[in-house]
Write a protein that binds this ligand. Structure first.
Ligand SMILES: [Zn+2]
Length: 266
């Protein structure tokens, strides 16, 4: 009769050890606080923010940025951020620390395929939904799958967006079109090959950040919460890679958002 409770106790202890091990690895690591002399030219853009998906990764990224005062640019899928209270509360907390909300389409649709009027409608829907959930007026548009067309600029102007962030592969940096500033992602955190994410090494990423700063005067690093997951578990190796990247980059530069960077370019 006493065996079952003992086994249960053992299981509880094992889970406890597992969790505390995980928490030690996942706890945010402090960044040196001397931001004054460092150029504020590095943006971390997190795409595909949505209710309940890749949840541990989304919440971890938000918590890490809040604790370490790294203002993330959060590319939110507005149709899919409505009911996950913990996620929404974490985004609110991040906003108070300087994070930014941007529209990642309305429902992660392909804007390249949409007519001007359809794009206008989706951008209006995105803006009003983000305003009602977060009380902010978004000005930054992050086209899903990096795709957009010439009508996108006219649609953005009509609705009141002033900054577009796609990818350097598809968009010239600092290019203005119809008064819209383009700030493409210049560094991708991983390569997506044959349906899986390959996270780049810290050295590879640091090199790309430096090259981007040299070439364009800033770096926009794009990442996805999916990249931090290994099936349904958060991937501790990726957390270590990310914290180490952020710590090293943070010694040289300070972090900003797309909206803030856009103001310096206008
Ligand atoms: Zn996306």
């Amino acid at each position: 009769m006493r065996i079952v409770p003992l086994i249960l106790l053992g299981v509880v202890i094992l889970i406890g050890v597992g969790l505390s091990g995980r928490l030690q690895v996942s706890e945010p690591v402090g960044i040196e606080p001397d931001n004054l002399a460092k150029p504020s030219i590095i943006v971390i853009r997190v795409d595909d923010i949505q209710d309940y998906a890749f949840r541990d990764a989304q919440l971890w990224l938000l918590r890490y940025s809040r604790v370490n005062k790294i203002p993330l640019s959060l590319a939110i899928i507005p149709e899919l951020v409505v009911s996950d209270k913990e996620l929404i509360a974490s985004i609110y907390d991040a906003l108070r620390e300087g994070a930014e909300v941007s529209a990642h389409g309305w429902s992660h649709e392909d804007f390249y395929k949409l007519l001007l009027e359809e794009q206008v409608q989706r951008l209006i829907q995105a803006r009003s939904s983000l305003r009602s959930v977060f009380g902010v007026n978004v000005t930054v548009f992050v086209p899903p799958m990096f795709k957009y067309n010439n009508d996108t600029f006219a649609a953005m102007r009509k609705v009141g967006y002033d900054t577009l962030s796609s990818s350097i592969d598809l968009q010239k940096p600092e290019h203005r079109f119809d008064e819209v500033v383009c700030l493409p992602a210049t560094v991708e955190y991983s390569d997506f090959v044959n349906g899986t994410w390959r996270i780049k090494s810290v050295d590879e990423l640091l090199l790309e950040v430096d090259l981007s700063v040299e070439s364009y005067g800033y770096a926009v690093i794009v990442l996805h919460p999916q990249e931090f997951m290994n099936g349904s578990e958060i991937n501790d190796d990726v957390l270590r890679n990310y914290t180490s990247l952020v710590n090293i980059v943070g010694r040289k530069y300070s972090f900003t958002t797309l909206g803030e960077l856009s103001k310096t370019i206008k």
